[in-house]
Design a protein around this ligand. Structure first.
Ligand code: SF4
Length: 151
């Protein structure tokens, strides 16, 4: 993993943090309780993604997103290093929920929803073009170097 990919890995996490703050803020305007629940959900969702996905990553000691790989050291070792379809479904569902849940509140504002979607587009581009393209986790379906999916 070279410095350019690390840069995009770190930047994509930083932009995700900004987008999440926008989402939390948009909910907090209407309800502090829902905002707190959403914040909690984001932490739980990313904890589960790291547990489900990153724990099996063979390049987690050279993690392109820098922080996720080292967090797996606090978790029990995964017996398998192969991703199953359910790993992808769980990860995809959690990402989908993190993005979709704040939409109702975001779209009650004028500029913020467009900024939020713009940030997601930049994050997606960075991950697809720079992070996954050079990642050596060849067991991951998003890795450009190899494609392995098991049932
Ligand atoms: S490279 Fe990707 S899958 Fe591997 S630990 Fe880092 S974030 Fe997780």
């Amino acid at each position: 993993m070279n410095l350019k990919n690390k840069f995009h890995g770190i930047m994509s996490i930083a932009l995700l943090d900004v987008a999440t703050i926008f989402a939390i803020y948009s909910i907090a305007i209407k309800s502090i309780l829902f905002s707190a629940l959403y914040t909690l959900f984001v932490f739980v969702a990313f904890g589960l993604i790291i547990y489900t996905f990153c724990r099996k990553c063979k390049t987690r000691n050279d993690c392109s997103h820098v922080f996720f790989g080292p967090i797996t050291r606090l978790m029990p070792e995964s017996r398998s290093k192969v991703y199953s379809k359910s790993d992808y479904y769980i990860t995809g569902l959690l990402v989908f929920l993190v993005v979709i849940l704040p939409q109702y509140w975001l779209w009650q504002l004028t500029v913020l929803p467009y900024l939020y979607l713009g940030l997601l587009a930049v994050i997606g581009l960075q991950i697809n073009k720079y992070v996954c393209a050079k990642c050596n986790n060849t067991a991951c379906a998003m890795c450009k170097k190899k494609l392995i999916v098991t049932s």
